[in-house]
Design a protein around this ligand. Structure first.
Ligand SMILES: Cc1ncc(COP(=O)(O)O)c(C=O)c1O
Length: 485
């Protein structure tokens, strides 16, 4: 397929101040091929791949070293909530680096930004969260949750109650344990995952239900019944926790059907199973609220958050622990001894200062409200302008998080056989139109999660570019005799 330049040349970024000299750029590209091992990439293809070297970003826009500008409708990896290039965050980072450039949180050591941040998170969090354990990444947060859950049941004298249930398709990280929670074969293959003690139940992907006559309420009950059967077959005395994103993100923006979490909770309560909400994507405004769990009746004992906590300006994540779990963790000091967990840079004072400033911006600029109202507008306009597109099967979303999923047959909702490849093609065509979208693992789709500062006219522009990419895709598939409208 021939490359097509974005048709909207309007510049939003100053694209000077970095090298655009073709010789230097091609040397950089060659060095990238020679020296980097890119995560989530086909390693053998790296030797000949063209790396995309980003140079500059501001607001919702990023530019590469060739001077091409893109709207980043994926907020990087769902994380740049307040948008790129915030001078006041850079200032706080510099100033905190001068004052206290490093501080650990082991053994009672602390720092003022960290204490203020923990207090703030507990004020914002739903449920009866009472303590915060800081880490560096979403994977680390979920890894730590597994340890907390294990310690919890050891202290309750239930050493067999250790298994954790996640959902197929869910993304919870890429480390050995968090990667095991992830319900995606790409993360398991090559690494002998999932590890023992991690189980998966079906996702609440109502759009891709096999029985199309099923109501969403019946579908939700069916999923809860399947979870119940899994727990019963494993033995409830061996199942410790269930982990879920309020809306599934990386696997394709999948909101729970109405009544889903209520039905799931009934099962979990009956079997004395803890609930971990993975709010790594959904917290800090993505859904128009500080946290996503209350939007869908998800009532967690433990919450993982990361990404939007610093809007990606500095690595940081947090585990929030509720009173019930904390009480047990502190109930038998002699048996527990030291909680042997922590990382050198976890609870970093610079990360904490950045997070505080980031949360202040979200509050001051009303970004929760903007995510809700502009997000709703984005969803409405997507439905209005793309709903009848012959490739589009479903348009869904909540807050500033939308998914446009393609069907091979719009009427029967037959998916494409090789949906993943179709999704990659769409993403490539979006880049050519000056638009960065996220995909959905195993799905032919564009996931949109723009920075929360998005305006209505920018939302319109995203849809225009996406529409052009869809038209190009349709044209290409027809030419190749792969698909007909
Ligand atoms: C819901 C969710 N949990 C956990 C993670 C892992 O976070 P990290 O990549 O920071 O380890 C991600 C990353 O995309 C995520 O989307």
């Amino acid at each position: 397929m021939s490359a097509q330049k974005p048709e909207t040349p309007a510049r939003n970024l100053e694209v000077t101040g970095f090298t655009q000299d073709p010789v230097t750029v091609s040397a950089l590209e060659e060095s990238d091929r020679q020296s980097l091992m890119h995560p989530f990439s086909a390693l053998a293809a790296q030797a000949t791949a063209d790396p995309r070297i980003l140079a500059r970003a501001s607001g919702i826009f990023v530019a590469d070293v060739h001077g091409n500008e893109f709207i980043d409708a994926g907020s990087g990896l769902w994380c740049v909530n307040v948008g790129y290039g915030r001078g006041e965050i850079a200032d706080v980072m510099a100033s905190q680096s001068r004052t206290l450039s490093y501080g650990m949180s082991f053994s009672g050591l602390s720092s003022e930004p960290l204490i203020r941040l923990a207090t703030k998170l507990l004020q914002l969090a739903p449920g009866r969260m009472t303590k915060v354990l800081f880490n560096n990444s979403g994977s680390e947060a979920n890894e730590a949750q597994i340890k907390i859950v294990r310690a919890y049941n050891n202290l309750r004298g239930r050493p067999l109650k250790k298994k954790i249930i996640a959902r197929r398709g869910a993304y919870h990280g890429a480390s050995i344990a968090a990667g095991s929670l992830t319900g995606n074969e790409v993360v398991h293959r090559n690494f002998d995952l999932p590890m023992a003690g991690i189980l998966h139940t079906d996702s609440p992907d109502y759009f891709r239900r096999t029985n199309r006559d099923l109501t969403s309420a019946a579908f939700a009950s069916e999923r809860a019944a399947a979870l119940d059967r899994l727990i019963e077959s494993e033995g409830p005395e061996t199942v410790a926790a269930f982990i879920a994103e309020p809306i599934m993100g990386s696997c394709g923006v999948i909101p729970p059907p109405v009544g889903y979490f209520e039905a799931i909770h009934a099962v979990l309560k009956r079997h004395d199973v803890l609930v971990i909400a993975d709010e790594v994507i959904t917290a800090f405004g993505r859904l128009g609220h500080w946290f996503g769990a209350p939007c869908f009746g998800l009532e967690p004992d433990l919450i993982s958050c990361a990404k939007g906590i610093t809007s990606g300006y500095f690595p940081m994540s947090a585990c929030l622990v509720n009173e019930k779990v904390w009480e047990v963790l502190t109930s038998r000091p002699a048996a527990t001894g030291v909680f042997g967990h922590g990382f050198t840079t976890a609870g970093h004072p610079v990360a904490a200062a950045v997070a505080l400033k980031n949360l202040e911006i979200i509050e001051r600029e009303g970004l929760l409200e903007n995510a809700a109202t502009v997000g709703r507008y984005l969803l409405e306009q997507l439905r209005k302008r793309l709903g009848s597109h012959p490739l589009v099967g479903d348009i869904r979303g909540f807050g500033m998080m939308c998914g446009v999923e393609l069907d091979a047959n719009k009427h029967s909702h037959q998916p494409f056989d090789d949906a993943q490849t179709m999704g990659s093609l769409l993403s490539k065509l979006c880049w050519e139109q000056g638009l960065i979208v996220r995909g959905g693992h195993g799905k032919a789709m564009a996931a949109l999660a723009p920075p929360l500062i998005l305006t209505r006219s920018q939302a319109d522009e995203i849809i225009t570019r996406l529409q052009r990419a869809l038209d190009r895709l349709a044209q290409h598939l027809e030419q190749q005799n792969i698909w007909r409208p």
